[in-house]
Ligand binder design. Structure first.
Ligand SMILES: O=C(O)c1cc(C(=O)O)c2c(n1)C(=O)C(=O)c1cc(C(=O)O)[nH]c1-2
Length: 247
């Protein structure tokens, strides 16, 4: 195999092909969720576990920024933290996620406590935070590029949930509506940065590996949900039990 780097167009196509092949929009749990097939408890389990991902995203972005010496890059990156934390209490993505939690009948304080998160959710999400904290900046940025594929899944989710579930309305789904404008802004910058900084074949390969790793982080979370709450329905010790944490 040649050591020459791919052209920018070929490199970008290589990154996008990862989404086509293995983004978590293809996971059966999402198909079940978006088509109205989830029971109320399966939706609650998803909301509780996904909350852990939501809380760790700004932590991984803070870990990333702590390693960046370039003020231009830090300035660009910090809006990600504000998108999730807001600029005041009650604002931002985490607060919007808790509105979804309340909408599906959960006590937001229970969800916030992080009790009941599946062990495999923690392992996967914590691995993402560590990856971004410990790897070189190029793979750290590349690992966020799953957001290239997120707007399509968010659009499908909004439409599917509105069609099939009573809890769904503009208020409970506001998290996803906001991501439709936030994610494209982040990923336009992230993709350009990766294109500019992946100069060698080895750099490009490292970016590709990082993006594959991230799809695995996302996929593993849904596998954990499936096994605990769909089939065979074996909830591991410490996992949320239906009935707990209700409002
Ligand atoms: O609902 C989804 O499928 C989904 C996926 C992803 C992703 O691809 O990592 C993110 C989000 N949502 C999201 O809402 C979000 O804020 C986000 C931040 C990041 C990241 O890696 O920095 N990914 C994602």
């Amino acid at each position: 195999m040649s050591d020459r780097p791919d052209s920018p167009a070929d490199f970008e196509a290589r990154l996008r092909a990862i989404g086509d092949r293995q983004y978590h929009d293809k996971h059966p749990f999402h198909e079940l969720l978006h088509s109205g097939g989830c029971t109320p408890d399966q939706v609650r389990a998803w909301v509780i576990n996904r909350y852990y991902y939501q809380t760790r995203i700004p932590m991984k972005d803070a870990a990333f920024m702590s390693r960046v010496s370039d003020p231009d890059l830090r300035r660009e990156w910090r809006s990600r933290i504000e998108d999730h934390d807001g600029r005041a209490p009650g604002e931002g993505g985490i607060a919007r996620w808790l509105k979804l939690a309340a909408g599906v009948g959960l006590d937001p304080d229970y969800v916030r406590s992080e009790v009941g998160i599946l062990p495999a959710t923690r392992f996967a999400v914590d691995a993402y935070v560590r990856f971004v904290r410990d790897e070189p900046l190029l793979p750290a940025v590349a690992s966020s590029l799953t957001e290239l594929f997120a707007p399509a899944i968010h659009k499908n989710r909004i439409a599917g949930l509105l069609e099939h579930y009573d809890f769904a309305n503009t208020d409970t789904l506001s998290y996803f509506q906001n991501r439709l404008t936030e994610a494209p802004k982040d990923v336009a910058f992230g993709l350009q940065w990766v294109m500019d900084n992946a100069r060698t074949r080895a750099d490009q390969d490292a970016a590709v590996r990082a993006l594959i790793f991230k799809t695995e982080v996302l996929w593993a979370q849904l596998d954990a949900l499936w096994s605990a709450y769909v089939e065979p329905g074996r909830i591991p010790p410490g996992g949320w039990q239906p009935g707990q944490g209700l409002a």
